[in-house]
Design a protein around this ligand. Structure first.
Ligand code: F3S
Length: 393
């Protein structure tokens, strides 16, 4: 890669050891992917925050970087392994909590905003069309590239932190216009509605098309909540970081591909059936990706004055700022009076809950994927209303 004089000095260690290490990581990446230069970025989002994923070696690496590293752009974090304030109510152990706090402190020492969420675009880390960023949470990357029209590759935790420390990323992949054009047209025949159906559609397309960039038609409208669920699922099942949706996403498409595939009612039914195991539910997870304020309001109103079955643990995961507004609006009280719990800063995949539950119900196809694969739960994909009914039953 060709370096500017300042970048050269960063690589030689003039700006400290963490910056030098960051340059080493990014130059290696740039060389692998054929980048010619670095480009400026406006924001970063870092995944790999849970101590359950990092463990001691990951934490030691972070602590080393935090000795003299400081981020140069606005940077936020992905969910941690627990609610950073109310971890006891989620039955997280003291030892895990202590280590998770050390992780968050290391990021904080580098100037990272320690709000931990997979939907940073809902609370202020919101790039606009055409801005270059370096994000790593797969659902947020897909949302930023596709729905917002920002430009990011799917970074790993270390490369995202490195990009934050130098304020730049190597120019390759989705930063280049020529790599953003659709390769296949998708015609969606059935009506798709609600977060769980959008998640099911993401599974159909991800399973069928893998990483091919699709141009999706047949979706006349989609809410932010439906799109975030779709992005999470499509990125999970297909590894996708970018799609186009006719009339909904902003990127200019030069030509609509001639290769076409259809999604039928049968495809949708099969995807939903594949994620519906015959199981007793003892854990209900809503808020994957992190619940918006509108979702919290809806759930609060459905639960108001009712009690969830105490044998069924019910978590609604969300970002701290969203919870703070929910507190003020009384939504948190309505939810928690029912016995359900708002779990801020965390997610049911990265919290240390493997083995604690048996059967998971969720409106998120992504949560079903990881609930089954990582936490070994049996799973059921349901609508939000069905999840709430299940919790109350
Ligand atoms: Fe977010 Fe966790 Fe779902 S990171 S997208 S709540 S699996």
């Amino acid at each position: 890669m060709e370096l500017t004089p300042e970048e050269q000095e960063m690589a030689e260690g003039k700006y400290g050891k963490a910056t030098q290490k960051a340059m080493e990581i990014l130059i290696t990446l740039g060389d692998i992917y054929g980048a010619k230069r670095f480009i400026d970025i406006t924001s970063v989002q870092i995944a790999g925050v849970s101590y359950a994923n990092l463990n001691e070696p990951g934490l030691e690496w972070l602590a080393e970087m935090a000795k003299d590293g400081k981020v140069r752009v606005f940077t936020t974090l992905n969910p941690a392994g627990m609610d950073l304030e109310e971890w006891r109510k989620l039955a997280i152990s003291e030892e895990f909590a202590k280590n998770q706090q050390r992780v968050v402190e290391a990021f904080g020492a580098m100037g990272v905003i320690t709000t931990c969420s997979c939907t940073p675009y809902l609370y202020g880390n919101l790039p606009h069309y055409g801005q270059h960023i370096a994000w790593s949470e797969s659902s947020a990357v897909c949302y930023a590239n596709s729905v917002l029209g920002a430009r990011t590759n799917r970074e790993g935790g270390p490369s995202a932190l490195s990009a934050a420390l130098i304020g730049k990323t190597p120019e390759y992949g989705f930063h280049l216009e020529e790599n953003r054009q659709p390769e296949i047209k998708v015609v969606v025949k059935p009506k798709v509605e609600g977060t769980f159906q959008f998640g099911a559609l993401g599974k159909v397309l991800g399973d069928r098309l893998g990483k091919k960039i699709s141009y999706i038609t047949g979706i006349p409208k989609a809410s932010v909540e439906e799109l975030k669920s779709f992005c999470a699922s499509y990125a999970t099942y297909g590894g996708v970081a970018l799609f186009h949706m006719e009339g909904i996403t902003p990127d200019r498409v030069e030509a609509i591909p001639s290769e076409t595939t259809e999604v039928t009612e049968e495809d949708m039914k099969k995807a939903i059936a594949d994620l519906n195991e015959d199981t007793e539910i003892d854990f209900i997870s809503l808020g994957c990706p992190h619940a918006s304020l509108a979702e919290l309001e809806y759930i609060a109103k459905q639960l108001e004055g009712k009690k969830v079955n105490p044998k069924k643990e019910t978590w609604i995961t969300t970002a701290r700022p969203t919870k703070q507004i929910a507190d003020r609006m009384g939504f948190t009280k309505m939810i928690e009076d029912s016995g359900a719990k708002i779990a801020a800063d965390t997610c049911c995949v990265v919290a240390p809950i493997k083995g604690r539950f048996h059967g998971l119900a969720s409106d998120s196809a992504k949560m079903c994927y990881y609930g089954s694969g990582r936490n070994k739960f049996s799973v059921k994909l349901m609508s939000v209303d069905e999840c709430i009914e299940e919790a109350l039953r």
